[in-house]
Ligand binder design. Structure first.
Ligand SMILES: [Zn+2]
Length: 79
């Protein structure tokens, strides 16, 4: 059984520990639901793990609404 409280179990990760090039990619390769546009970029990124997936959450550079990037497993492989 999955405990519903898992919802609150965000595990913070250090976005800035990533490769600078990788950081740049995540900051520019975005989708904004509010603007309905790709690649507007995000600021104030926060990285965390939830349900075994990695998320990077920031604010859209254009409208300031929350932007969420979900990483698939092979994207956060350390290799
Ligand atoms: Zn936006």
């Amino acid at each position: 059984m999955i405990d519903q409280k898992m919802n609150e179990n965000r595990v913070p990760r250090d976005f800035y520990a990533r490769d600078p090039e990788e950081q740049q990619l995540f900051l520019t390769d975005t989708w904004c639901d509010h603007c309905q546009q790709l690649g507007l970029g995000m600021r104030d990124p926060e990285e965390y793990e939830l349900f075994g997936m990695i998320f990077i959450e920031g604010k859209c550079c254009q409208c300031g609404e929350a932007v969420l990037t979900e990483l698939t497993e092979d994207e956060f492989d350390d290799e």
